[in-house]
Design a protein around this ligand. Structure first.
Ligand SMILES: [Zn+2]
Length: 179
């Protein structure tokens, strides 16, 4: 693959392969443009989700971009780019927050990234609270799916509210207020 600014390496201390920066990057800088991928409708452990029912694969070394709860890069599925979201030093591992692209992952795992904000169960955005999601860059399709899920939950809640309580108002807090 041409124009890579990272190397695929194996580590003796940590299992698996890693992408390591071969030069320093400034926050916001373009690291890689995602091209020549194949679109598929089902996720697998090497795909990146780019739409509600769209995933891309055959990503070459990019398939080894690991997860971190304190990521250094953003995978932007609108731009099809990989960008630094903070300054990255030469030799640093490149990783991103998987729930920023994935809704329900094919192979969930327990995260051992060691970051204080570690979410532990990495299974997709569906399993992460909105409060936590709000602390990260989250792609448009995941935001849409989260809001869709929230709306469906809200509609269910309306059904169980007592008649005349606060139906017809748009303010759920008002509806749930103890009177
Ligand atoms: Zn973690």
């Amino acid at each position: 693959m041409p124009n890579f600014n990272f190397n695929l390496e194996t580590s003796k201390t940590v299992p698996g392969k890693h992408l390591l920066a071969t030069r320093a990057f400034k926050s916001g800088e373009l690291i890689y443009r995602i091209e020549n991928y194949k679109r598929v409708s089902e996720p697998n452990y090497q795909t990146i989700q780019v739409g509600p029912e769209q995933h891309i694969e055959e990503l070459g070394a990019l398939a080894y971009l690991n997860h971190s709860c304190n990521p250094g890069v953003i995978v932007n599925t609108t731009e099809f780019t990989v960008r630094a979201c903070r300054d990255i030093a030469v030799g640093e591992e490149l990783n991103f927050f998987y729930p920023s692209t994935e809704w329900k992952m094919d192979r969930p795992f327990i995260c051992l990234c060691g970051a204080p904000q570690c979410i532990r169960l990495v299974a997709g955005a569906f399993y992460v609270s909105l409060d936590v999601l709000g602390r990260y860059f989250i792609n448009a399709h995941v935001r849409e799916m989260a809001f869709g899920w929230l709306e469906a939950t809200t509609n269910e809640l309306w059904k169980v509210l007592p008649e005349g309580s606060a139906r017809g108002t748009n303010n759920l807090l008002e509806a749930c207020e103890v009177r």
